[in-house]
Design a protein around this ligand. Sequence first.
Ligand code: PLP
Length: 377
Amino acid sequence: MGRIYLDHNATTPLLPEARAAIEQALDLFGNPSSVHAEGRAARGAVERARASIAEVLGADARNVIFTSGATEANNAVLRHFAASAPVMVSASEHVSVLEPAGPTAHRLPVGADGLLDLDALDAALAEAGPGALASVQLANNETGIIQPIPDIAALVHASGAYLHVDAVQGVGRIPVELAALGAEYLTLSAHKLGGPKGVGALVLASQGLPVPQSLLAGGGQERRRRAGTENVLGIAGFGAAVEATPRRLAAAEAMRALRDWFEGALLPICGGTVVFGGQAPRLPNTLCVAVPGIGAEKAVIALDLAGIAVGAGAACSSGRIGASHVLAAMGVDRERAAGALRISLSPETRREELEQVLDVWRRTIEPMTAGRARRAA
Ligand code: PLP
């Protein structure tokens, strides 16, 4: 068997539809801002992608702003509000929300189940008043825990605040529709949904909302909301990947059943294995586990040598494994959190692949726990 890739929350392989769209766009060399035929052809590809993304989300295409990825989109919203209004962020947000929110942002606690503490949100909203921003992710990249965004939106709007939702991990795995979520600002990243890296979007729910300033200066692209020539290839691939959302969603329940079966088979292999977020609504593709006494780094390397790619729950973007602020926010102690492994499937993941993982787990991971127990005795 070839390699088994189970790190789809880190990034996804390119979908065939996205690859085809990028290949087609390779010939569209014009600058989308140019008025001549070459420019208009490139502009056409950008606008087709914008329309597709808007349609899938139930948004107005004019309110889709292409960026270099979700990090930029999150930064744009958080920096904009942090400069002028109170900001609240859940403690389990991605760092691209936490850092631009700044040190004065109100960190909202999550419970042991990973879900946002709605009483704490309500209290923070009352203190912040109208015009504030709350930023709460749709689903967590480490645990897959899904926040109750419509309930959160109701609280946020009752106090006259705005809601930003980082929906990066949700699209293609669970339904994501702007009106149903109730968010004013939504962030997407192409490479988490079968598109290419280096492109994403900030989507506004309506005209008339405060528009985050472009983080870059020096160009009037994206209706003056994001300077710089558009990434035509990336945007074309992004649009095609988003168009594949209905197909991927149709496969989500089968993927959930496979994940649940795998989880049930994995847990008994090493005594004391815990699942993080198992009590909360979770993405259908994600399983975050820790085996007592085994560091994530060791396990990731052992599995990699056996041909299996999984993520370390707390791997940061530099590739090092640090303390997970997400698990810490859930009250998980440091030692246990340091062993967190994230196994994330795609709709293409096959049962035979997971059977192979179970086999490797028995032959490689379980003996590591046995060795530890012997040394401790
Ligand atoms: N938000 C979440 C929840 C993520 O998982 C990630 C990527 O890890 C990002 C934002 C950043 O996305 P990008 O790689 O497009 O900058």
